[in-house]
Write a protein that binds this ligand. Sequence first.
Ligand code: FAD
Length: 386
Amino acid sequence: MSNPRVAVIGAGLGGTAAAALLERSGYDVTLYEQAPAFSRLGAGIHLGPNVMKIMRRIDCEDALNNMGSHPDYWYSRDGRTADFLSQIPLGDFAVKYYGASYLTVHRGDFHALMTQAVKPSVIRFGKRLQEIEETDRDVRLTFSDGSVETADIVIGADGVNSKLREHLLGAEPPKYTGWVAHRAVFPASLLNNKRYDLCVKWWHNDRHMMVYYVTKSLDEYYYVTGVPQAHWPEGVSMMDSSRDEMREAFAGFHPDIQHLIDVSQSITKWPLLERDPLPLWSRGRIVLLGDACHPMKPHMAQGAAMAIEDAAMLTRCLNEVGVSDYANAFALYEANRSERASKVQLVSHNNTWLKTNEDPAWVFGYDVFNVPLTSPSTKQKTAPVA
Ligand code: FAD
């Protein structure tokens, strides 16, 4: 393969990171996204030092440091009494011991910044992948607008309902976990000058609320919950929620939580979906990353981080092995990602992360570019999530 063509399907956080990293390694990459244009989803996201070290490689680290809130600690508090359950040092501690900042940012701002790290000619919007045909020489991709493209290798970064996962393993919807997440972003001016923690998770029994600022100037505050709900209509990606629904879900919680609910202007609700670890991450010229292969509950705030780490490890393995030997590159990639991704899936499922004082170094200290590589033959078997 003289100048291999790499197609990335899905310009979410994982696919965009993959395109930016592959482009910088000199690959002929095209990123296909079904949406007609980029949109700014109203939500926050944590970016740990493990992600920030990857952002350094695509020249986004400084801009993110200027964009996001830098929490001094991750606090866990009792949902009713506000007593501290844990205080995990971040801030300067993260820079010193994990090698980069810990940030909380607006997800849309982060996505926009990463999109700018990819040449505009690399991204094709309005391209919904519909059919995949593998031949001896390449992969033929048919999109819903009728266009057909070919590629030497194809990266499925197309999220929890991945078409490429379906092509490799057959149709199977992800599992609804029985939990939903409510999300709201609102101006911090509504907090009435009361000082709120930069980053705090409020816990009680079977539910929680994670709250943090999403800008460096601390002018936007955000919460995301985890609340049990027995059923969710299949195929519905999100719906509107309300202050009344939130008041019912968080009845008896601390007055600070009631105030956050009172000032929420628009609240949405999302189903939390999972899959058990897949029996394979690649076949032939096709390889998966991110939610396409390991969707998880967001309770470690590491789902996108795992997608971005996948993108970086896949790029590293293609560089190391050579793209013409894609089968071995994909095997090396899976051997170096599946155990970590499955462990993060499991801890996220159990929702125990940082509830008490624990050492988060195995997550935050990870450096995808310098971690010693495991060979495919020594790979561990992974257990189901639940
Ligand atoms: P996605 O972001 O889902 O991107 C997939 C892309 O593929 C989309 O743009 C989609 O339009 C496109 N696509 C799909 N099908 C096709 C097709 N057929 N053709 C072309 N394009 C297609 N993670 C964190 O790291 N930190 C957090 O704080 C955090 N908070 C979260 C809160 C909630 C409530 C939820 C639900 C998740 C949270 N996550 C968080 C998890 C994170 O959002 C996901 O793990 C992450 O977005 C996965 O990235 P991805 O690129 O694999 O998939």
